[in-house]
Design a protein around this ligand. Structure first.
Ligand code: PAF
Length: 293
């Protein structure tokens, strides 16, 4: 990939071998490396992850890579926004250029000629919700993160709780691989309206963007409702609210126990529950979740 047009492009690596050599030097002069892996189209949620990573580490590595193996839908992969120049400017406006490097490879630098996934056993975590709806998705996420973690060798890596299931899977991946790496989950960053920030939000029309705020509103109402209703009643409550909006298509609403992510049907004392939702609006897949405690 040609990146010469980028400002300060000396801090943009496209070859993992060069990045790896550069980071070997960084480790002599810095105590810790924080890592924020992304697929680009950066928003304030990503910038908040970067700030937290820099608060807690001496140096930051950011990756921008639209990972083909985690898309089970080719059209979604093609539509995914690629805004490298704009993303790089956003980072530079947010953090000083001597505090970070950016790794923005082409597919070949990561996968060679054959972009395929490794197979992992994430146990019960991989067969529900996103794992059930998007076959192979988490193997793709595991494959790219195994590659990136082994190149960057960070002390801590930062992920948003919007993809809460992904966050649990990544913690499991680190255990499977036996890596000495802390996975840090960060609260969902929201628009003023409450809509969870996402790189996909940019594809919504202004009317849909406004309408999408109903998703978080409904989740918040479900949290209050859940306190004195059972799981089935709470699910019915949410389904009715979401289905009442003609433009929404509900893919799933699930209440799951927070650690195992297994869908729950009865409330049990001392267990923490979280509600998960996916809604399609104007051909955009919107995902969100909320703790119910
Ligand atoms: O959450 C994402 O943006 C991606 O799934 C990740 C973790 C960067 C892997 O490609």
């Amino acid at each position: 990939m040609f990146v010469g047009y980028l400002p300060n492009s000396q801090m943009v690596f496209t070859a993992h071998k060069k990045l790896s050599l550069f980071l070997d030097d960084i480790r002599y002069t810095h105590n810790s490396i924080g890592f924020v892996p992304t697929m680009g189209a950066l928003h304030d949620g990503h910038l908040a992850l970067m700030s937290k990573a820099l608060d807690e580490n001496d140096f930051l590595v950011i990756s921008i890579f639209v990972n083909p193996t985690q898309f089970n839908n080719k059209a979604d992969l093609e539509k995914y926004p690629r805004l490298l120049e704009q993303d790089h400017k956003k980072i530079l406006a947010h953090i000083s250029k001597d505090q970070f490097v950016l790794y923005a490879p082409a597919v070949e630098d990561v996968y060679g000629k054959n972009a395929t996934s490794n197979k992992y056993d994430f146990g019960s975590l991989e067969n529900v919700m996103e794992g059930a709806q998007r076959p192979g998705h988490f193997d793709g996420v595991g494959t790219i993160l195994e590659f990136l973690f082994k190149v960057v060798k960070p002390d801590r890596a930062y992920f948003g709780e919007k993809d809460f299931q992904q966050l649990q899977i990544i913690k499991e991946l680190v255990k499977i691989l036996g890596l000495d790496l802390e996975i840090v989950g960060c609260p969902i960053h929201r628009e003023k309206s409450g809509l969870a920030m996402s790189s996909r939000n940019g594809r919504l029309s202004p009317e849909s963007f406004e309408k999408a705020a109903h998703i978080y509103r409904t989740l918040s109402e479900s949290k209050a409702y859940f306190q004195d209703h059972d799981i089935k009643e709470t699910i019915d409550f949410v389904e009715q609210k979401i289905n009442a909006i003609a433009e929404f298509e509900l893919e799933y609403f699930t209440i799951a126990e927070e650690q195992t992510l297994l869908p729950a049907s009865n409330k049990e004392a001392n267990k923490k529950y979280r509600a998960f939702i996916v809604v399609h609006l104007q051909d955009v897949r919107l995902i969100d979740n909320i703790p119910l405690y």
